[in-house]
Design a protein around this ligand. Structure first.
Ligand code: COA
Ligand code: MG
Length: 299
């Protein structure tokens, strides 16, 4: 097994289920579903006339409902809008685990929220940086500024890729294959890897096509994504399964790491296993599989 001490168990974020913040019924329902994270939305899932009602409902849900082990996140409106400050003001005292920030376009977009949360933590005697941030990259400017955004805040855990808004911003047409957003989807995964953040893939809007969803999950997984946003209860188990390493993958990863340790002890950096050359890149990939298994609580 790897010699380095294991880092603290990462938070599994395989499935992150959205629901409109003004729907207490859907928030209640989410507390019974196997989603790793629950994202109560105050942005585009809520009509303008319902923003205030949604803020109240989300604060009430956070203070009264038992979410079990699920992460409790609030998606605020974009920092560039006058709504975002009111979103934070209305929900901060209800103690969410973190905030999802949409349409992030610059480091400053995250840093302004970061300062607000610093202040809130100080005022409430909460540990510094305990409130976490997840940034959605879903505009052309966000893609251009990925490196600055990824390094903007010690609170930042994840970059989330938003294909629908990005296509709108680019004047592109969404297709099933997704080539129109391929560059951005890849850029988000690379920026996340470079800054040791989690990469979380875009929503799949066809609520009835679970095979298509599974296929898109596999594609995202192959690109380095560790989870995907969900918009309907029936998507959650499909996403969880796709982003959990299988028992075979875990066994194979363990075998490879053990073989590597033995070979290293014997002085060999590169060796052959099952007819394939194995060296450090494959070993690191195997360790990532084991990390994901641990995060999902299956190892
Ligand atoms: N979270 C929690 N529960 C949900 C849910 C969600 N995202 N979507 C549906 N449900 C619940 C419904 O309330 C219903 O439960 P009930 O029978 O106890 O009332 C059950 O799951 C079945 O729902 P269904 O009738 O198939 O869907 P719907 O017509 O009620 O809702 C949507 C369809 C698309 C409006 C709904 O899935 C939704 O609101 N999705 C999230 C949208 C969102 O947040 N968008 C912004 C981020 S991209
Ligand atoms: Mg959006």
């Amino acid at each position: 097994m790897p010699q380095e001490p294991q880092p603290k168990r990462p938070t599994a974020r395989r499935s992150l289920l959205f629901m409109p913040g003004d729907s207490l019924r859907k928030i209640e329902k989410a507390t019974t579903l196997p989603a790793d994270s629950v994202i109560m939305d105050l942005e585009d899932g809520v009509a303008r006339s319902r923003k205030d009602a949604a803020r109240t409902t989300v604060a009430q849900a956070l203070t009264t409902l038992d979410f079990g082990g699920r992460e409790r996140l609030v998606r605020i409106n974009p920092v560039s809008t006058p709504f975002s400050r009111a979103d934070l003001d209305a929900t901060i005292a209800a103690r969410p685990d973190g905030y999802v920030i949409p349409k992030v376009e610059s480091a400053e977009d995250l840093q302004s929220v970061d300062r607000y949360l610093d202040e809130a933590e100080r005022a409430n005697g909460r540990p510094r940086d305990s409130l976490r941030l997840l940034a959605i990259i879903e505009t052309a400017r966000g893609v251009m500024n990925l490196a600055a955004i990824a390094g903007a805040s010690p609170r930042l855990d994840a970059l989330m890729f938003g294909a629908e808004d990005l296509a709108g911003d680019m004047g592109a047409t969404r297709t099933r294959a997704g080539w129109e957003v391929f560059y951005a989807r890849s850029a988000v995964a690379i920026a996340a890897a470079a800054y040791r953040l989690q990469a979380i893939d875009t929503v799949f809007i066809d609520l009835t096509d679970l095979d298509g969803l599974a296929e898109e999950c596999r594609f995202a997984r192959q690109m380095g994504y560790i989870g995907k946003m969900a918009i309907h209860p029936r998507q959650v188990p499909v996403i969880n399964a796709a982003f959990s390493p299988t028992p075979e993958e875990i066994a194979q990863a363990r075998r490879l790491v053990v073989a590597h340790d033995e070979q290293q002890a014997g002085g060999a950096g590169v060796f052959e296993l099952d007819g394939k050359m194995i060296d450090m890149p494959m070993v690191r990939a195997a360790m990532r599989v084991l990390d994901r298994a641990r995060a999902a609580g299956i190892e």
